[in-house]
Design a protein around this ligand. Structure first.
Ligand code: FMN
Length: 268
């Protein structure tokens, strides 16, 4: 099989058997079930060196890093020769891992201008396995990458340890959807169409406060007991406060719900 139909999964965690791996694997297993061939790559085995932002900008025309970066060559050739990409990152400091970030930055420098990935189907997964903070902000660099490379991104999957089972299921659903798209690229007709496509993807436009509320939602929903319902009531109170522009009070209430949710989750 040529590059069409190959769904490539990148695990952007140094922890090769961790949650990032589980989520990317779930997506690939479903993609395989839907008839795609799949390949999983551990980015930790190919850690890209920092881009030196060289001037003159030689790599743009050479299509190769001047510093002979074998890890970058390996990873970029994989992406250039796939039919669809699933990119999973652990959330570190509300951001992507360094492994993912360094790869993205060098991809911009070497390949963004020639745009060889136009219309490539892709989706990103973040896993915030600690506090859960950064579940959305950790995805933004990944979706900025997809957007700059002009890929056709599906909705993102923000996972935390509080919604992990649901996230695994969702990874599977997205995996089979992307398998169906992997035989043909679907480039954007214009820059405007691309910008609006990315503007309309869920999660990515959330404010910091809204991201925190989403996290509180996930922790409250992880508690199926009556306590969970009480927490959801707390979120309704927070919404009422926010509607009255009492934003600090609203966010404080959200934090209260979140902390109660984490406590219940950990006691379980
Ligand atoms: C340096 C570092 C920073 C982290 N920062 C965050 C964070 O901002 N938010 C969060 O929820 N978890 C954070 N974590 C926890 C990881 O997201 C969590 O361990 C996740 O499961 C890592 O993915 P893995 O299972 O593939 O290793 C951090 C972990 C490390 C090592």
């Amino acid at each position: 099989m040529g590059k069409e139909g190959i769904v490539l999964g990148f695990v952007g965690s140094p922890n090769k058997e961790g949650r990032t791996n589980q989520l990317v694997t779930a997506a690939l297993e479903s993609a395989a079930g839907a008839g795609a061939s799949t390949e999983l790559v551990q980015m930790a085995d190919h850690v890209v060196a920092a881009c030196k932002d060289c001037l003159p900008w030689v790599c743009m025309t050479e299509l190769k890093c001047t510093y002979n970066d074998d890890a970058f060559e390996y990873l970029s050739q994989k992406v250039l020769n796939c039919g669809a990409l699933v990119l999973g990152t652990p959330v570190y400091w509300w951001d992507t891992s360094g492994i993912v970030k360094y790869f993205i930055l060098k991809m911009f420098r070497v390949h963004a201008r020639s745009a060889p990935l136009q219309g490539l189907p892709a989706f990103g997964i973040s896993i915030a396995g600690g506090t859960g903070n950064g579940l959305v902000s950790g995805l933004r660099p990944v979706y900025h990458f997809f957007q700059m490379m002009q890929m056709r991104a599906l909705e993102p999957l923000p996972a935390t340890r509080f919604n992990f089972d649901g996230a695994l299921k969702r990874a599977g659903e997205l995996g089979s959807r992307i398998a169906a798209m992997s035989k043909q690229r679907d480039p954007f007709a214009s820059l405007e169409e691309r910008l609006l496509w990315y503007d309309h993807l869920p999660y990515l436009g959330l404010s910091r406060a809204a991201e925190r509320r989403l996290l509180a939602d996930l922790t409250a929903m992880a508690d199926p007991s009556e306590g969970g319902a009480t927490k959801l009531y707390g979120l309704a109170q927070a919404d009422a406060l926010a509607a009255a522009s009492r934003n600090i009070e609203a966010l404080t209430e959200i934090t209260r719900v979140y902390e109660a949710g984490v406590k219940a989750f950990e006691a379980d």
